[in-house]
Design a binder for this molecule. Structure first.
Ligand code: PLP
Length: 383
């Protein structure tokens, strides 16, 4: 038989998913590996989905999504960030992951280079490689709160560079970009004529400062901002995300969405509309709850003299295991075996974190704190 796709067969695996699968066979394992809210989707959203089904919203929708949902999203972004956009600039997708994939497909061809953050969500590299483009990692500066360094970025740009992907609040770093940093990044993008793909799926989960959307400062349509329902509304399984971009970009995104998924699920779209239009107390309650968990987990690490990085946003915490002198992908297996705690290996996010692990603060609090205690005793035993 002929060889399978060279490009796709070489795609890397996600270290997060690997740990998730391994730990699934351990019945009493503590799960801190996956970034998923530990609560059910709020009742009013679930009820809206039931109503939508009963009223017959069960067929294909237009490719960019129900107009009523896109209108709701325009109002929401106008209210939250002062964005003045129309429904033609919104593409509703199957989770933010499809919005990211469709954005990349819309702007880049094979061999074009895309700058992605290191450390960064491992799926960025996969999606760039899957479409045949080239992923070039730009380092985030640990000593500078995991911010990108413009001088280093300058050195990575070539005539083939098409876009820079940024993520604020960041996974796994928890860094939240400030206005000045965003303006500098946009000036860099203008200087080199790059598109900016801005992943903002954690926009409702900020503990220090506020989330600023780079789209707010987009003067010429080069910024594509990506948002989603998964993290803010505990809707990971409903698969709803959306991209905000110029009509030129959303038109091409629509063309690639058709062969990808045709449209996001009709029932989920109706549920997302209820989430966006309904009361926002849940988002605030969860934000407060993650903040409390962050502080308690951080205090436990500090008491045990373990170095952890306190996030300003999103719901992850990086924990330094450098003193154990071994790569994180080995340590996470040993930690799972000895302490029955599943965490994500820093190696899956990039170079800078290859001796760190990432824990999710979205896990149930008592489980989270028990997991943190076990991580501390593991480090104490092996250092
Ligand atoms: N972007 C980042 C940084 C993420 O961490 C995730 C999920 O973990 C996503 C995007 C994907 O979100 P969705 O569930 O909307 O596809």
């Amino acid at each position: 038989m002929k060889e399978l796709s060279k490009t796709r067969s070489k795609l890397p695996n996600s270290g997060i998913r690997q740990l998730m699968e391994l730990s699934a066979s351990i019945p009493d394992a503590i799960h801190l590996e996956v970034g998923e809210p530990n609560v059910n989707t709020p009742q009013h959203i679930r009820e809206a989905a039931t109503l939508a089904m009963n009223e017959g919203f069960t067929g294909y929708t237009s490719v960019p999504g129900y107009k009523s949902l896109r209108d709701a999203l325009c109002e929401h972004l106008g209210y939250r960030y002062g964005l003045k956009i129309t429904s033609e600039q919104v593409m509703v997708t199957s989770g933010a992951v499809t919005a990211l994939t469709a954005s990349l497909l819309a702007i880049a061809d094979a061999d074009d280079e895309i700058l992605i953050p290191d450390p960064g969500w491992p799926v960025y590299e996969m999606m760039v490689l899957a479409q045949g483009s080239v992923a070039k990692r730009y380092p985030l500066q640990l000593e500078n709160g995991f911010a990108p360094d413009l001088e280093q970025l300058e050195q990575l740009v070539t005539p083939k560079t098409k876009a820079i992907l940024i993520n604020t609040p960041g996974n796994p770093t928890g860094a939240v970009l400030g206005q000045e940093q965003i303006l500098e990044l946009l000036a860099f993008a203008v200087k080199h004529d790059l598109y900016v793909i801005s992943d903002e799926v954690y926009d409702g989960i900020v503990f220090e400062g506020t989330h600023i959307s780079p789209k707010t400062f987009d003067t010429d349509g080069r910024v594509i901002s990506i948002f989603g329902a998964s993290k803010n509304y505990a809707m990971t399984g409903w698969r709803i995300g959306y991209a905000v971009a110029s009509p030129e970009i959303t038109t091409i995104m629509g063309k690639v969405m058709l062969p990808l998924v045709s449209c996001a699920t009709s029932i989920s779209q109706k549920a997302a509309e209820a989430a966006i239009r309904g009361p926002q107390d849940f988002v605030e309650e969860m934000r407060q709850s993650y903040k409390q968990r962050r502080d308690k987990a951080y205090d436990l690490f500090t008491q045990a003299e373990v170095k952890a990085f306190k996030p300003d946003g999103a719901f992850y915490m990086l924990v330094d295991m450098a003193e154990l002198g071994r790569p994180a992908d080995e340590l996470v297996l040993q930690l799972l075996k000895e302490e029955k705690v599943a965490v994500a290996p820093g190696t899956t996010f990039g170079e800078l974190t290859n001796k760190m692990v990432r824990i999710s603060l979205a896990s149930e609090e008592s489980q989270l704190l028990e997991g943190v205690k076990r991580i501390c005793s593991f480090i104490a035993r092996h250092k």
